[in-house]
Design a protein around this ligand. Sequence first.
Ligand SMILES: Cc1ncc(COP(=O)(O)O)c(C=O)c1O
Length: 496
Amino acid sequence: MMLDPSNWDETRAIGREMMDDMLTWLETVRDRPTWTSVPADTKARLDEAIPYAGSSLGEVYEAFKRDVLPYPTGNVHPRFWGWVMGTGTTTGVLADFLAAGMNNHLAGYDQSAALIERRVVAWLVELMGFPKNASGLLVSGGTEANLNGLMAARVAKAGFDIREEGLRAGPQLTCYGGAETHSWIYKACESMGLGRKAFRASPVDADYRVDLAACRARIMADIAAGDRPFAIIGNAGTVSTGATDDLDALRDLADEFDLWLHVDGAFGALAAWTESRTIVAGLERADSVAFDLHKWGYMPYEVGVALTRSPEAQTATYQTAAVGAPAYLRSAQAGIAVDTTYFADRGFQLSRGFRALKVWMSMKEQGVDRIAGAIQMNIDQARRLGAMVEARPDLELLAPVSLNIVCFRYAPEGMAEDALNPLNQAILVALQTRGIAVPSQTVLQGRFAIRVCIANHRSLDEDFDVLVEAVLAIGAELAAGSGQPPQLTLTSAHSA
Ligand SMILES: Cc1ncc(COP(=O)(O)O)c(C=O)c1O
């Protein structure tokens, strides 16, 4: 009561206005620049003192419309292809609103929301080709999902009771994977107390896939030195180029040394839902897999997924009952406290929100086939863009297009190699600051690459035409040192 509206009708009216405005904002996203920097006066206004006194919801909403809404990351835009950011969907927006309204606590409990999370996890288990009784949890994102898998690996393969005794009770634990593995691995090794060096990064081949012989040799050398290897990390879609390791071969390698195989499929695992599934073949043989629905599942932040093949692996890692369930969290036979910690026993969080609702509503409303169709469309768009780059003499493809990522640079004939990195960096910044498009960057064999990662259901083929023309025009302009912005026609067509 204290914090509820004093006038519900007024709040209802503003709520309707918010909903209307947001849907219109999404509908018209294509008409705006991809990204705009926050202006100095807005920054100054946002640097405000603690609002002890409060104001009306209407006033706060006006401030939101003026100072917050116009300066987003940009990833809802059809020409945003930076890092690995998903686009979100209107269904997801509405679902998050409904979930916030219900405000469920998803440690477990006897409630409909728990049944929804169990159901969507079962769907995701099946879609990834895992056994029906595999265990799963919705988490904050890829970093946490990967940590969840690696923690399970550590408990399963340490060879001693690591939960009870800690690291001091055994030898140095080590894990393996390609040098292109995402930086989550270092956060995970640090968080687990193993130290960064515990990740033994093996070189990658010309296609950016882990060198299996080098990985095998490193495992053997570490065993000989008295270390205890516990896991191999395979990549289904590396962050820089989208490469997928030979997951079947990694499974066999893991079995040879009785290691856990964890696959980071943060975005790449979603290819398993499409006709391009052979790209990630072997994924279904992993002991655990991590992937994000807020990336290539197009759902709004935050929702990642941690699956383990063994039904007990997550609870063996996280269940507090194993070390004596605290009285205040014990499950009861009846009442709300049935399965109190069903989900909390599978991961770090105790208090958890109703992420599952946007997953359930999106999958039901859009249908998995339609989501998979958008993923396949992005794969096709990456292939088309790669071909366009190869067809233009002034552009150079810097890595094979194996999934949804295209890495290339502007490299006109005759330009000195050492001029290309700063030039392409400047082209990238110009693309972003002029609001044309947002790719991001990577460096491949010392060469700065404009990196286009397509996890965007709003992108049309013509958006990539705009990008290619813009890179060529800006490249020529900057190379000539004219400083004049190129005249580019931005399409205003709406996505189908
Ligand atoms: C391959 C890969 N793994 C892990 C992550 C981390 O995921 P998150 O940002 O959801 O924590 C990313 C993020 O882009 C990624 O691309």
